[in-house]
Design a protein around this ligand. Sequence first.
Ligand SMILES: C[S@@+](CC[C@H](N)C(=O)[O-])C[C@H]1O[C@@H](n2cnc3c(N)ncnc32)[C@H](O)[C@@H]1O
Length: 338
Amino acid sequence: MSTDDTTTTDASTESKCGASEAKSASKASTETESKCGASTTETETESKCGGSSSSSSSSGCGASSSSEEEEVGATVDDFESEPGRLIAVGLGPGKPEGMTSRAKGALADAEHIVGYTTYIDLVPDEITDDAEDIYSTPMCGEVSRTEEAIDRALAGNDVAIVGSGDPNVYALAGLALEILESKGGTASAVDFEVVPGVPAAQSCGARLGAPLVNDTVSVSLSDHLTPMEEIESRLHAIAPEGFTISIYNPWSRKRRENFQRCCEILLEHRDPDTPVGIVHGAARDDEETLITDLGTLPELGEEDIIDMTTTIVVGNEDTYVWDDRMVTPRGYETKYDY
Ligand SMILES: C[S@@+](CC[C@H](N)C(=O)[O-])C[C@H]1O[C@@H](n2cnc3c(N)ncnc32)[C@H](O)[C@@H]1O
């Protein structure tokens, strides 16, 4: 799935997929053209495939007050073909060696691969070269991109929609099922399947040593879909408990204050000496890792290591640092001598 902040990256994707004469006019900021499955409605959104009756979302993400909700368009009844397959594939953190062989196999079998441009770039070239069609759009537009994938599947194609990490972790597996349901379809009709990938928390945990060995919760600081007051209330609920905390979407230019607020709340409940691991770009070329403590974390918000491809792991009260590794004891020491 995409991360949550609006960019104006250019894309020049043309897409052809399925049945009758859907047509969509791309947004000026993208050159995406998509033809796939159902009605003949023109839309002004990027990448509308299936013929929404109306949509004028510029991106559907970020904090822009002018963004309008993306609307789901064609229903299953608009498609005449036997549905194909729809697979949500998790790519893992970055390079192809971090992908599961099942994910590679599922992508190799897919006729169409759909995703945010950055994620499509993570798919090995030999797979994209062999695919019948690649449909990539810039960041955001998650709803229209997911609908595009669904409409292509409803039009009879075998489609993979890709995202980093795992499709069940702040990603599009749920959205795909929700849109499919809203179109009057069923998961079994399109043979929907989720192919898991290694989530960022686990990839980053591996870089840091063994910080996630006991109970862990994840929190996303993106307020694109969850209001910040709700995120704050969740942080207040989990911070006093004995969990290790994985923080996704920790920082972006548009919501740098969310990061500072998160640090303040954690410091209300946890010792400033609590070990914190920061991993930027796990398994990517710009990977960077830092182990620090909670008291130092707020001053790192403006450093390059914390951005939209960073995951932060905040230890629990038992987590310690040994030889540059974070260690969260599982509890064996309470039962065994070693
Ligand atoms: C929208 S979430 C997607 C999570 C993804 N589905 C997963 O399972 O990891 C995007 C966030 O995941 C984290 N992330 C994704 N890839 C990462 C990487 N290679 N290294 C560190 N964090 C990463 C960052 O916190 C980023 O802001």
